[in-house]
Design a protein around this ligand. Structure first.
Ligand code: G3I
Length: 376
């Protein structure tokens, strides 16, 4: 157990920097953000200066009900992704029936604010419609998957920067060939479901970049999964299956040293395959970090700074999205297994529960500024 002095030293960030983030918080009497984080000081503006799309996942209910939340996202993001509003379950109440109203609201918001939109996600083993297990069988699953991809992509055709076509399709722990995850899609459609999904997606919206998105491929000890993803995208490229990018979700842990050379090599292998890389779901869980809020924020910020500095040194890394923008709505505080020992909420994102910038905001912005401007 580190003593307090050692703890702060290793955090590599004085409490003073974190204090700045506290003092420069939002004035309580206005939604107007402080000048230090808005306009030319925003993540969006710094990203633009370095040829980088910067944004976050958007909580549909918060966007509809909290104007300050919407103002923050409009101010800070050049790209957004729906946290849940484009997943099959939430949009399909019955077979063949779709309700896109939450996703359409985000599309309207993004258009009004000149933002690009990621589509997330089309084929996943989670968030399947509640009706899925009944009517979908081996006999009709292939067509059902094609129909779903076509229906959803054509609804947004021409307006999506990139789609997570297949999400989290690899899990070597399942012991299947090529490290494929044991999913309903693999069982019902067969082992060519991934190739079929991407070929269908290319036809459905040729303007969208087709992305494969996964997690637990970042840390040194995750090489088995990382290698399986690499092998899959190599095979796809070699066999002419359309794919344009890989999403590295980046759900990081503040108590671990940030990912390093192993992930850097993976990103460079993606570049050799002419694939873009997106940091798609960045958050830094401080569940196991002791200390005060300022001390925790300093450790979280150091992970943001070190991780993004490493990733943004790679020219094919083209976007950074955090999974949410404010701790108020982070999925991590809804996780039973992710509670802190002291019972306090986690602080994984660039803005705290009061929509005030944290030390992570300044660390993310500094890391963006380390990126060569000619990577634009
Ligand atoms: O909207 C319903 C609400 O009407 C209902 O009363 C309530 C209780 O059943 O559920 C609400 O839906 C929940 C939804 O979040 C919105 O809050 C779902 O049950 C819940 O499963 C869903 O969790 C999301 C999870 O993906 C599963 O889809 C999280 O918000 C979201 O942050 C998380 O994000 C995933 C990425 O999509 C993929 N990568 C991992 C990442 C974290 O798990």
């Amino acid at each position: 157990m580190q003593n307090r002095r050692e703890f702060l030293r290793t955090a590599g960030l004085t409490a003073g920097a974190a204090l700045v983030s506290q003092r420069s918080g939002w004035a309580q009497t206005t939604n107007e953000p402080p000048k230090s984080v808005s306009g030319p000081a925003s993540l969006r503006a710094h990203g633009k200066a370095h040829g980088l799309l910067v944004g976050c996942a958007v909580n549909a209910a918060a966007l509809a009900g909290n104007p300050a939340y919407g103002a923050l996202i409009a101010e800070q993001c050049s790209i957004v992704v729906p946290e849940n509003a484009m997943k099959w379950g939430p949009i399909s109440p019955a077979p063949g029936k779709y309700d896109f109203h939450e996703a359409d609201a985000l599309m309207d918001f993004a258009q009004k604010n000149g933002q690009k939109v990621r589509g997330h996600n089309l084929i996943w083993h989670e968030e399947l419609p509640k009706w899925f297990p009944g009517p979908i069988t081996k006999a009709n699953a292939r067509q059902a998957m094609i129909d779903h991809i076509q229906t959803e992509m054509q609804h947004f055709a021409g307006r999506i920067q990139s789609w997570d076509v297949v999400n989290e399709g690899i899990d070597p722990k399942d012991g299947l060939p090529h490290g494929l995850r044991k999913t309903p899609w693999l069982e019902l459609v067969g082992d060519d479901y991934i190739d079929l999904a991407y070929k269908t997606a290319r036809r459905a919206d040729p303007k969208a970049l087709l992305t494969y998105n996964d997690y637990d491929i970042e840390y040194p000890d995750q090489e088995k999964k990382r290698d399986a993803v690499l092998a899959m995208v190599r095979r796809m490229k070699a066999s002419g299956v359309p794919i344009d990018a890989v999403g590295v979700q980046s759900h990081l842990k503040a108590d671990l040293a940030p990912p390093g050379k192993e992930l850097q090599s993976f990103v460079r292998e993606m570049a050799k395959l002419n694939l873009q890389v997106f940091v798609t779901e960045l958050d830094v869980a401080d569940r196991k970090v002791p200390g005060t809020v300022l001390e925790r924020d300093a450790v979280v910020a150091k992970v943001y700074r070190d991780y993004l500095t490493m990733m943004l040194a790679e020219p094919n890394v083209k976007a950074v999205l955090t999974w949410g923008i404010t701790d108020r709505y982070t999925w991590l505080n809804g996780q039973k297994e992710d509670k802190r020992a002291d019972g306090k909420p986690l602080r994984p994102l660039p803005f705290d529960g009061n929509l005030q910038p944290t030390a992570a905001f300044y660390a993310e912005r500094d890391a963006i500024d380390t990126r060569r401007a000619d990577f634009a």
